[in-house]
Design a protein around this ligand. Structure first.
Ligand code: FAD
Length: 556
């Protein structure tokens, strides 16, 4: 089944949710980017998605070979200048809003999730180097990441340091000439090695001599695979993982300093300022992971709709019935479309707020910070739920591999895990974001929802979110953390419902089959998804006692 990028949906969200016109981008440019990105994703990347899953990236004595077609598709991506869409003009980029680049990333994620990770990591690296790198680093490394000539990676994880990044042990010692020598092992490094480009620029978290324990003792280093003179740096990929999905994306074990006393690297930002620099990269990446959920949800929805219209089961009035006309299948299709629209609205809105923040709007920056855990966690939960519904719509054909529905579910499942698990996002919401600006940032969001929304179901959910927030502010941290996940879901659905209602209002007077379909899905969101989220209030408020009545052993 062919895939068509959702250009009209993206335009609706960019116009009415992001309000991209206010970000100084001409309407013609928006159209050109949406159409060009769609052509690239539909034409180059969707056709190699299933082959990538079957052939997989392969490790061969330190070299990683990508599946057939990936090198050609990557060339089309790089030559089209797509990597630099939202990169600073000073580094050769086009300086367009990230909320517009979001459409490109959504398309790539939908067309080929395993490939899209490669540019996604590049985007985060560009931001981190542009914001924190020295002039030399910016001059020597940034333009070629921006042009797509080289790719970039993000190296945090070690066997003992997953969610607890502060436990990392990789070491960096000064080499005496301004550079550093890095030694250690990183695991799960996405695109740590591949044959798409000559060079790969690794951003690596490491500990310097005498650094304090925990996250305060971490610094960020730029460590290239090839040094400026073309010689090989002391870093190599010692194996790649076999995993549930994203088979074409190499997940690498990287070894630094095995052969030559340490890989040469340079500090990005201040010594001990690693977490700050890394958060620049991670905040961008977290919104982009939210987009992965949106992309895979769109792909799964399109595939399920096409199948449900074709597949006949049962008869009505003597005629065969397409399964799309059975109420329960219709429920699944409607839910898939509604959740996809909601997640798109929330994630693009968060990007739009980040764009405004980058242009100097402090309140928008804080709102983007508040929404980042929602976009990452709920966006990826939607990706998994919709991909799972997509399998269900296909029945037995969904569980076998040939329709492609199963691949979407397998691919989607990683997104709630990496870039800070969704549990860590929920903790971030109640530990830090709820209290941001003395709580005024959260309160302002609630006030905006209330000011714009008249829908009584959304008003009821907003009341519940506000009551929950007030309870959390009084509660001990364990009780907050115990309710953090349902609270995150309720808050996300509230924001998505608010933004979808805005879209529905904006196109109220227009009618065509596409808009009728979208309006119906928005009605379903408000009529079914929002009340369901209201029901999560009990779980959010239940407190830690309900969870810790017995030792964990009793649950085994
Ligand atoms: C395919 C793939 C690609 C990846 N790509 C990269 C990459 O490019 N770069 C990189 O650095 N890393 C990468 N990772 C690593 C990824 O970010 C980690 O797997 C993730 O951060 C979780 O760490 P962990 O696996 O050690 O799980 P753990 O931290 O052991 O977590 C296990 C469970 O415990 C929960 N948990 C742990 N601590 C807490 C807490 N404080 N509060 C609440 N719950 C908690 C988690 O939510 C999770 O459910 C990748 C992983 C995979 C599988």
């Amino acid at each position: 089944m062919s895939f068509t990028c959702p250009v009209r949906d993206q335009r609706l969200v960019l116009d009415h949710v992001v309000r991209i016109g206010e970000l100084g981008t001409d309407s013609d440019i928006v159209d050109a980017v949406l159409d060009g990105a769609a052509a690239l994703a539909d034409g180059e990347f969707a056709p190699i998605d299933q082959a990538g899953d079957t052939h997989r990236a392969r490790w061969d004595n330190g070299v990683v070979r990508m599946p057939p077609g990936f090198a050609e598709a990557y060339r089309a991506f790089a030559q089209g200048g797509w990597m630099g869409l939202a990169a600073p003009e000073s580094a050769g980029g086009q300086g367009l809003p990230h909320s517009l680049a979001a459409a490109l990333m959504e398309d790539l994620n939908a067309a080929n999730f395993a490939f899209a990770l490669c540019p996604m990591l590049g985007l985060g690296a560009i931001e981190a180097i542009a914001a924190h790198g020295s002039d030399e680093l910016k001059r020597d490394w940034l333009p070629r990441i921006v042009s797509g000539e080289w790719t970039a990676t993000m190296n945090l994880t070690e066997p003992q340091a997953g969610s607890d990044v502060g436990a990392l042990k990789t070491r960096a010692v000064p080499a005496g000439d301004g550079s550093w020598k890095i030694t250690g092992t990183k695991i799960f490094i996405t695109y740590g090695e591949h044959d798409l480009t000559d060079n790969i620029v690794h951003l690596v978290l490491a500990r310097t001599p005498g650094a304090p324990e925990g996250t305060k003792g971490i610094s960020l280093f730029l460590v290239p695979k090839l040094l400026a003179d073309g010689s090989r740096n002391d870093v190599k990929c010692v194996s790649i993982e076999h995993k549930l999905g994203i088979h074409a994306s190499p997940t690498c074990v990287m070894s630094y300093g095995d052969d030559d006393g340490g890989a040469t690297g340079w500090l990005v930002g201040e010594e001990l300022g690693g977490m700050r620099a890394m958060f620049t990269m991670m905040n961008n990446a977290r919104l982009n992971v939210g987009l992965q959920g949106v992309g895979i949800a769109e792909r799964a929805t399109q595939r399920a709709c096409a199948y449900a219209l074709e597949r006949k089961q049962g008869q009505r009035g003597g005629l065969p019935v397409a399964i799309a006309d059975h109420p329960d299948v219709r429920r699944m299709l409607m839910r898939m479309r509604a959740l996809t629209l909601g997640a798109r609205a929330l994630v693009y809105y968060a990007f739009g707020q980040a764009d405004r923040g980058a242009a100097g709007d402090k309140e928008a920056k804080q709102r983007a910070d508040l929404l980042t855990p929602l976009a990452k966690a709920w966006g990826t939960d939607v990706g998994c739920e919709v991909a799972s519904l997509g399998v269900q719509v296909h029945g037995g054909m969904g569980y076998v591999e040939e329709t492609g529905a199963a691949q979407h579910l397998r691919d989607a499942r990683i997104a709630p895990i990496y870039e800070g698990t969704n549990g860590i996002q929920a903790a971030d919401l109640v530990q830090r974001k709820l209290g941001l600006g003395d709580g005024l940032v959260f309160d302002a969001l609630i006030a905006d929802v209330r000011a714009e929304s008249a829908d009584e179901r959304l008003v009821a959910l907003t009341d519940a979110v506000e009551i929950c927030a007030a309870t959390f502010r009084e509660a001990g941290m364990d009780d907050r953390l115990a309710g953090s996940y349902p609270f995150l879901t309720m808050s996300s659905v509230m924001v998505a419902g608010w933004l979808l209602e805005r879209i529905a209002r904006a196109v109220e007077q227009e009618s065509d089959p596409f808009l009728d379909g979208r309006r119906a899905a928005i009605d379903y969101f408000l009529g079914a998804v929002v009340p369901e989220a209201l029901g999560l209030g009990a779980a959010a408020g239940a407190g830690a006692e309900l969870l810790f009545k017995v030792p964990a052993e009793a649950l085994a």
